[in-house]
Design a protein around this ligand. Structure first.
Ligand code: 5RP
Length: 272
């Protein structure tokens, strides 16, 4: 691995081999989704606990202080919306020159395997890998399911993750699943991080699945809505950090959640 690539990967994946990415890219197809109406306000109390931000160039420029010391993973795919014909019909939205100009540590793109746009999204990933490798910028592939959340089973996710790593992604972001997640991770030749999906019913459910995913080989999380749509975002991110970087148990994480919540109340990540 060339120095630039190795340096960027080291900024993203911490010395303990784990990572906590905070995604705030949802607006690129969801618009001003709940609690992310004003991204700068949402991330302010959360940023100290995150290892990197996953974000589009529009939000980087409008909401992120250039003096921020956290690495940026730039979302560079899009072109669809919740109200459009098909979320899978994404293209590459941002050039590699723009990624270099923004001094990002990685670029991220969704692939939609099993859809009408499978080939196009996989060729977009391959093209992006070619561009990224030229300049030492790692690509994070996102195994997206669009609105079909029931697709999240281990056979499908293992297929997706392996294909992304075969095409050259340096990191793959996928969903956790309760049966066979170890096979999803072991079948992928690069590190796997977990997305969260829509908000779960309870905070404990999130702590449980993240703990299980880490036990089964995932190196970390890229969790958005289950943090910043929680009623208690700061207690949530601190509890998750204990699992990811502290090798903590679910009970320990729950105790952190409860005590930070009791001490700080909601610690608004919500726009005023
Ligand atoms: C949106 C994304 C998000 O980064 C990803 O889904 C993680 O966020 P969440 O935990 O809210 O699902 O890729 O397309």
């Amino acid at each position: 691995m060339d120095w630039g690539m190795a340096n960027r990967m080291a900024r993203l994946i911490q010395p303990d081999g784990r990572c906590m990415f905070l995604p705030i890219d949802h607006g690129y197809f969801q618009g001003p989704t709940r609690n992310l109406e004003q991204p700068a306000k949402t991330i302010e109390p959360l940023l100290p606990y995150a290892d990197a931000l996953f974000v589009t160039r529009g939000v980087v420029r409008s909401a992120i202080d250039p003096a921020m010391d956290k690495p940026v993973i730039l979302r560079v795919s899009g072109g669809t919306s919740m109200v459009g014909a098909d979320l899978a019909n994404e293209g590459i939205t941002t050039s590699i020159e723009e990624a270099i100009r923004l001094n990002v540590s990685a670029i991220g793109i969704s692939v939609f395997i099993g859809t009408e746009y499978e080939k196009e999204s996989l060729l977009n990933l391959s093209k992006l890998v070619d561009e990224g490798e030229k300049y030492g910028i790692p690509v994070m592939a996102v195994t997206a399911v669009g609105k079909e959340l029931d697709k999240r089973d281990s056979r499908y996710l293992a297929l997706c993750c392996r294909i992304c790593s075969e095409l050259g992604a340096r990191v793959v972001k996928t969903y956790w699943c309760d049966d066979g997640f170890d096979k999803v991770v072991s079948g992928c030749t690069v590190p796997v991080v977990m997305a969260g999906g829509p908000q779960a019913d309870t905070e404990r459910e999130v702590l449980e699945f993240v703990h299980d995913g880490i036990q089964n080989g995932s190196i970390g999380i890229n969790l958005g809505r289950n943090i910043w749509q929680s009623e208690f975002p700061v207690p949530m991110i601190r509890a998750l950090k204990h699992i990811v970087h502290g090798n903590g148990t679910v009970n320990e994480a729950q105790e952190i959640f409860d005590s930070v919540k009791a001490a700080n109340g909601k610690v608004a990540a919500l726009p005023a």
